[in-house]
Ligand binder design. Structure first.
Ligand SMILES: [Fe+2]
Ligand SMILES: [Fe+2]
Length: 295
């Protein structure tokens, strides 16, 4: 199989395959997570039976390789934000070089996902910062274009440096993570204080945390939670890791729950007319951001 120079490295056909799998795990008709534990077990069994082998392999790599040391190394490497400066349109066009040749239906998968998310938020009459959040929430996927493998860009995120929750999808794969052997990292709070708040917790490395740092000086805290924790399904869908939450997290994680359906369930909607929407979103971008953001 030949490797397209722009394709992402890893077992997934493309990054969307992870999001397609999320819709399989959290079908829209089920809505927000149920507190009925029998139903939860049934749902998870259904999911585990249908998950694609490449998705399973993707999680196996992610859970094995996302260690505390790895996260610290990536933060040192990327949080200097000196890799590239991008405005809205060059950012979208750059992201779109992640194009997937195997999917004939969409030629602009990243642009379309971001515009569909933003347009659904706009249709529901939400504030302008919320619409902008929909537009940019996945810009951190440029990590793939900087050479990062899929398992370090997408996938459910989780805290590193403390015991793994069994609410993280495929938590059994954590058994082969080297951190599983470090006693200090395997207590309930690990290297953190109880109730320290998620801001002090190091999350597995990926597009969420990275994008949070790119925009943290420009958007309200509600938006920053949406961006930073939108892949932290164990927290916003399963209420796991509460031993680390503080009052701010208890309040603001609700906004991640409000954002999540726009991220997951707007894919089948009408395809956006990219050229028609361009000037609206360029105005929205300049209302909050400088012409170019530093990545
Ligand atoms: Fe995302
Ligand atoms: Fe997304």
């Amino acid at each position: 199989m030949s490797q397209d120079p722009n394709s992402t490295s890893g077992p997934l056909h493309d990054l969307e395959q992870w999001e397609d799998d999320l819709r399989n795990r959290y079908p829209e008709e089920i809505g927000q997570w149920t507190s009925d534990s029998t139903k939860q077990a049934d749902q998870f069994r259904d999911y585990a039976a249908t998950v694609k082998p490449e998705v399973r392999e993707f999680y196996r790599l992610n859970h094995r390789l996302q260690t505390l040391d790895f996260v610290r190394q990536k933060r040192r490497e990327y949080l200097t934000l000196d890799k590239r400066k991008m405005g809205l349109w060059d950012g979208l066009e750059f992201l779109n070089t992640l194009i997937d040749d195997s999917d004939p239906d969409t030629s602009l998968p990243q642009i379309e996902h971001l515009l569909q998310t933003a347009e659904a938020i706009r249709r529901d009459g939400h504030p302008r910062w919320f619409v902008l959040t929909g537009l940019i929430h996945d810009f951190g996927k440029v990590l793939c274009l900087f050479g990062e493998p899929q398992w370090a860009v997408v996938g459910d995120t989780f805290p590193v440096g403390c015991r793994y929750s069994d609410k993280v999808v495929f938590s059994e794969f954590f058994a082969v993570n080297p951190d599983a052997e470090v006693a200090e990292y395997q207590t309930e709070c690990g290297i953190y204080r109880p109730g320290c708040g998620l801001d002090e917790v190091l999350m597995s490395w990926g597009h969420d945390e990275y994008m949070y740092h790119v925009v943290k000086h420009y958007l309200p805290l509600e938006a920053l939670y949406m961006i930073r924790y939108h892949s932290f399904y164990a927290a916003h869908r399963e209420s796991a890791y509460q031993q680390l939450w503080n009052d701010q997290d208890r309040h603001y994680l609700r906004f991640v729950q409000q954002f999540n359906p726009y991220d997951l369930y707007t894919k089948a909607a009408v395809r956006p007319n990219v050229q028609e929407l361009r000037s609206y979103y360029e105005d929205l971008w300049t209302e909050f951001f400088p012409d170019q953001l530093a990545f």
